[in-house]
Design a protein around this ligand. Structure first.
Ligand code: SF4
Length: 92
């Protein structure tokens, strides 16, 4: 039996929480996560593309952008997709 998969840094539930119940990313958190250890660059690019595509159609995009701006200004974590953008650090 293989060892259990390591926990992933699923940030979106913590960021969005119950504030955006119409969020299109609900249940798709893995697409938005920062790079996974050992993840091939092509896989990461594909995953981020899929995440950004979901954001473009999300009814909560405007509200999410406001949340994202606050979050990006406060948090050092980066590499995840939020509001259709990849967070590169404390700033977009
Ligand atoms: S804009 Fe993207 S990250 Fe924000 S709630 Fe919608 S799907 Fe999720």
């Amino acid at each position: 039996m293989p060892p259990p998969a390591p926990p992933r840094d699923t940030l979106l539930p913590a960021i969005l929480g119950p504030d955006l119940p119409e969020a299109a990313c609900t249940g798709r958190w893995e697409l938005f996560d920062p790079p996974h250890a050992g993840e091939p660059p092509d896989d990461l690019d594909y995953r981020r593309h899929r995440a950004r595509t979901i954001c473009q159609r999300c009814p909560a995009l405007t509200a999410c952008e406001l949340t994202a701006d606050d979050f990006a200004a406060q948090r050092g974590s980066h590499g995840f997709v939020l509001a259709g953008r990849t967070v590169a650090g404390k700033h977009w």
